[in-house]
Design a binder for this molecule. Structure first.
Ligand SMILES: C[S@@+](CC[C@H](N)C(=O)[O-])C[C@H]1O[C@@H](n2cnc3c(N)ncnc32)[C@H](O)[C@@H]1O
Length: 222
């Protein structure tokens, strides 16, 4: 497993103001609604969000599932979510400061999930193929993964040119990686378009996809 491009310092610094950005809140709500429509979360499901941040998406999903593991590498982002959990008396979200891409010995090795999702986090993780394998190992048979992220972009979406990120994803390539991790793609849709002034100062449109995939059933041979 390779190390991550984790930028916990950056997200720690941004955590206290994260929710103040209206576009972030709109994207998170759009992602949550798209996941709910595509996956139909059920009260029997154990769910996990990686890169949950302040929980903008998971606060929408939590009421619909049995348990929710909210995972992030930034303690400050998780502290904001923890405050919401306390304020609203939420009993089924557990936060975890864990880097799923850094170790196979993760806190979740013994656990299985029926639903794993993320929003705008996959492009922050260096080795996509290895990471999808880790995620697949955490899914129960028939479990669902739902990933929202940027389509291939011009490399100008992020304001900081030194931030290590993937410049979005080619849908066919990502589908092949999911397939290689034992995950069968069931849908790929455009769910939102960021309209923003990019790093070059140009107004540009950056579409966001949601891909869903199901863990293939293991075949028993006789
Ligand atoms: C762009 S933010 C998105 C946060 C949240 N999903 C939202 O939509 O508001 C990316 C998040 O992923 C987290 N992150 C980056 N690398 C990670 C990793 N390897 N494992 C877990 N979280 C990670 C960051 O700390 C940050 O909170």
């Amino acid at each position: 497993m390779t190390d991550t491009w984790n930028s916990a310092d950056k997200f720690n610094r941004e955590a206290s103001q994260w929710d103040e950005n209206p576009q972030r809140r709109a994207v998170a709500l759009g992602v949550a609604q798209a996941i709910i429509a595509a996956v139909k979360p059920a009260e029997t499901m154990r769910a996990l969000e990686f890169g949950c941040g302040t929980g903008l998406v998971s606060m929408e999903i939590a009421p619909l599932v049995k348990t929710l593991s909210a995972v992030d590498t930034s303690p400050e982002m998780l502290a904001v979510l923890q405050e919401k959990i306390g304020t609203f008396g939420i009993t089924n979200i557990e936060t975890s400061c864990t880097n799923l891409s850094a170790s196979t010995e993760s806190a979740f090795n013994e656990q299985q999930f029926e639903l794993i999702y993320s929003s705008m986090t996959l492009h922050h993780i260096d080795d996509t193929a290895a990471f999808l394998n880790s995620i697949s190992a955490l899914l129960s048979s028939g479990g669902i993964v739902a990933l929202a992220d940027l389509d291939l972009e011009d490399g100008l979406f992020h304001d900081d040119p030194n931030e290590k990120v993937h410049y979005g994803f080619d849908r066919s390539e990502l589908a092949a990686l999911l397939n290689g991790a034992g995950l069968l793609v069931t849908s790929f849709e455009t769910i939102y378009t960021f309209n923003k002034k990019n790093r070059a100062g140009i107004n540009a449109a950056y579409p966001l996809f949601l891909v869903t995939a199901t863990k293939k059933q293991s075949v028993t041979s006789f």
